[in-house]
Design a protein around this ligand. Structure first.
Ligand code: GCU
Length: 620
């Protein structure tokens, strides 16, 4: 339609055109006034809900100029690709797209590794899927999206159901109004264009994998339903589980019930005017969750017609002076940092197999902890960490330089933080919420992240708040005094002695000055090595060089009195456009202890030995 206006028309077509145009405008105005898409909601434990999967092949249209959504005057179209319009003979206007003939993309999955032509593609891509559905009366139907990188729009049967920004957190769009019995279709537009006011922003050191990168499904819920809940062991009262269950659309006088059959524990609580039922109940004989004994319990949560069967473990985490206390006992976090890069096939990780392979390697390394960087990883990974007994550092994607003085950017970071915490708050594995990574020491930055830290503490007072800070140097003294440290429970620091600065041996003469009497985790250190490349231990890019850096790092770090953990950078090589060195990096960050094809490098064994022999950190 847009094109017709721009170009002069043949006289014969004008009268038909005016009539059709008038009808179309009427429909659009009607649609606009009758329906504004509600904001998506966060559902805790959505992956524990029975669901109709929409995973599989979706039709796809690559639309670099976003012509499918925006008119030539860049106004949002009323009859864009989301209408999934099928051209009919005699139409007085051309239809210049057809999903039924379009190539497919798999969901879940990034588009970059599915089609060579899309490896570098950044921009909008349209997805379409037909499905049949029989909605039941008195129910809500939600379109659950595990993640869509970065900005995404969703329509069901041509009706807009939601819009979302943020590439690494789950969201749920209410489609009850739009879905009908029988044949339906869903259209999504996903745009992974990097923008200055996004989070993360322009230059992340990882591949900006675009698309519907995690599972998509339909979840059906009763009229009043449990949308969020939090259950955790009290830090102050032995044998007490506390928390809450929030019920959307709760009827006055309604109750929520929590049962842990294996512990013969059951409790009910009134749902308050705010929809929350507050819980505080005693349990006997609970086996606490630890990395060595990752005990999980079936937990039945019910309210009205709704119920959810959760699988949770119970433990406490807190600090005591410079110690991190798991279940009241000091613990040393022997870890490694991990990107959500799929082993072997590469691309965004999403499957159980991806999670088990990555975390299996971490266990083999002797880890009891992993830093999941630099964005919230998916529930599949977190469930595997619960099961396999790995403590988790989970991070909000506030990475390097953001527009810290832009309130819109703060609102996006707050939204992503809310989604991260409200989705994943019941994983015993998660002990640390990280607010940021390697941000510049400016007043705007400090204020921005202090706001996030306060928000996180308000949302979840049962966990520890951290961030990965940069350190400054005076001669061969490293100084940790970033003012942001004040707002943190646990200090994370990144340092690359022996790689970005100095030589492996430089670590031997490095002193540390820490301004905070708090537990400290070295959240990153490491060196690049091409798997299979061998040479002298001072020859960069060889396995020997990487191993040499580790051999000098570990004793140096052991000199830091409040060192309570480490997560070297990183477990596995991962794709990054910032790494163009041909024959060595080939667009992979090669600081993995394992290559993307599963080859263990010499440094893997150096760290494995130190973790197995517990020669790093204070013994547990
Ligand atoms: C940084 C950053 C990582 C990056 C790493 C590197 O510290 O946090 O995202 O990949 O260094 O340079 O390899």
């Amino acid at each position: 339609m847009t094109a017709i206006i721009a170009r002069p028309l043949a006289p014969r077509a004008s009268s038909i055109f005016n009539f059709t145009f008038a009808v179309l405008v009427a429909i659009c105005i009607l649609a606009t006034f009758t329906y504004a898409a509600p904001a998506p909601i966060v559902l805790t434990g959505a992956d524990r809900r029975p669901a109709t999967s929409l995973n599989g092949e979706w039709a796809s249209i690559v639309d670099p100029y976003f012509n499918g959504l925006f008119s030539f005057h860049h106004e949002e179209k009323k009859n864009g690709f989301f209408m999934n319009y099928k051209a009919k003979p005699g139409d007085p206007f051309p239809t210049e797209y057809d999903f039924s003939k379009a190539p497919k993309l798999k969901v879940p999955g990034d588009w970059n590794t599915q089609r060579e032509s899309l490896m570098y593609y950044e921009g909008p891509i349209w997805y379409e899927k037909d499905f049949t559905y029989e909605p039941k009366p008195h129910t809500h139907v939600f379109l659950h999206v595990g993640a869509a990188n970065y900005h995404s729009w969703f329509w069901v049967n041509g009706q807009k159901v939601c819009e979302h920004e943020g590439g690494y957190t789950a969201f749920n769009c209410e489609v009850t109004q739009a879905i009908h019995s029988g044949d339906n279709f869903v259209v999504a537009a996903v745009d992974n264009t990097r923008r200055e006011d996004n989070g993360p922003t322009l230059q992340p050191d990882w591949w900006n994998y675009g698309g519907l990168t995690r599972e998509v499904s339909l979840i059906e819920l009763p009229e009043s339903f449990i949308d969020q809940y939090d259950l955790h062991l009290s830090r102050s009262e032995e044998g007490i589980i506390e928390g809450w269950v929030h019920v959307a659309g709760a009827q006055p006088g309604a109750k929520a019930e929590v049962e842990i059959p294996d512990l013969h524990a059951k409790t009910t609580a009134d749902i308050g005017a705010d929809g929350r039922a507050r819980l505080h109940f005693n349990v006997q004989g609970l086996e606490r969750w630890t990395p060595e004994t990752p005990k999980l319990y079936n937990v039945k949560i019910a309210a009205g017609d709704d119920h959810i069967d959760e699988l949770m473990g119970f433990r406490t985490i807190e600090t005591g002076g410079t110690d991190i206390l798991l279940n009241g006992k000091p613990i040393f976090l022997r870890g490694v940092a991990i990107h959500a890069e799929a082993p072997y096939r590469t691309g965004r990780a999403y499957s159980d197999k991806d999670a088990e392979t990555l975390l299996g390697w971490a266990k083999e390394l002797g880890c009891n902890y992993v830093r999941l960087a630099h964005y919230p990883h998916d529930e599949t990974m977190l469930r595997a960490a619960d099961r396999m007994g790995l403590l988790v550092w989970s991070e909000n994607p506030v990475y390097w330089a953001l527009q810290f003085d832009n309130p819109k950017v703060l609102a996006k970071a707050e939204q992503q933080l809310d989604e991260e915490i409200n989705t994943s708050r019941n994983h015993p594995a998660i002990i640390l919420w990280s607010m940021a990574n390697e941000t510049p020491n400016t007043a705007a930055r400090t204020q921005f992240i202090e706001t996030l830290a306060t928000r996180a503490r308000g949302l979840d007072p049962s966990r520890l708040i951290t961030a990965a800070l940069l350190v400054r140097a005076q001669g061969n003294t490293k100084i940790v005094d970033d003012p942001l440290g004040e707002a943190l429970d646990v200090i994370g620091i990144n340092e690359y002695i022996g790689w970005y600065e100095g030589h492996p041996e430089s670590a031997d003469t490095t002193q540390w000055q820490i301004a905070y009497q708090k537990p400290l985790i070295v959240s990153e250190f490491g060196a690049g090595a091409k798997a299979g490349l061998h040479g002298g231990e001072n020859e960069r890019w060889t396995e020997e060089y990487e191993a040499n850096v580790y051999r000098h790092q570990l004793p140096m770090l052991n000199k830091i009195s409040q060192l309570r953990g480490m997560s070297p950078w990183c477990l596995m090589d991962f794709r990054s456009p910032n790494r163009p060195l041909v024959g060595i990096q080939d667009e992979f960050n090669r600081k993995g202890l394992i290559s993307d094809q599963g080859q263990k490098k010499a440094a893997f064994y150096v760290l494995q030995k130190a973790y197995k022999d517990k020669t790093v950190g204070k013994p547990d």
